[in-house]
Design a binder for this molecule. Structure first.
Ligand code: GTP
Ligand code: MG
Length: 136
């Protein structure tokens, strides 16, 4: 069975949306395999977002991800990687489709970073790499 890494980012935890996000994952039929609340270190975040190193939003993104607790989830199910990304919606929460996590619960807050509530691995290779980082 396929597995993916889902993160409820600091905005989701701070807004008390962890339960609502978990509810949507479970209602879709995916299974929780592991779960933990993490205060992420910069080194972990720099590895997690290595593909974005050097981009203008990298520093604000890492600072945002360091700013509060993150709920890390190991989630399992057939085609869960693409399935969770469909549940999450597109990256920009202002225009993410209604019905999705980002579209229903997120918006722009006038900040340099897109606070878009969740992360989900984008490929089997990313999932393996990210699960090893967050659930070492
Ligand atoms: P994740 O599930 O978090 O990886 O989101 P994603 O796959 O939809 O986006 P991507 O991996 O491309 O970018 C990671 C994160 O960087 C996003 O979730 C945003 O928070 C932020 N980000 C991506 N692109 C931009 C951008 O163009 N501007 C800003 N300000 N932030 C961005
Ligand atoms: Mg991504």
């Amino acid at each position: 069975v396929q597995e993916t890494l889902v993160l409820v980012k600091p905005d989701g935890v701070a807004r008390n949306l962890s339960g609502e996000i978990l509810r949507r994952i479970e209602a879709k039929g995916y299974s929780l395999v592991d779960i933990k609340l993490v205060q992420a270190e910069r080194t972990l975040l720099a590895e997690h977002y290595a593909e974005h190193a050097g981009k203008p939003f990298f520093e604000p993104l890492v600072e945002f991800m360091e700013s509060g607790s993150i709920l890390a989830l190991r989630v399992a199910g057939d085609r869960v990687i693409e399935g969770f990304r469909a549940l999450a919606g597109t990256t920009d929460p202002t225009t993410a489709a209604p019905g999705t996590i980002r579209g229903d619960l997120g918006r722009d807050w006038g900040l340099k970073v897109q606070q878009n509530l969740v992360h989900g691995s984008d490929s089997p290779e990313s999932a393996a790499r990210e699960l090893a980082l967050w659930f070492a």
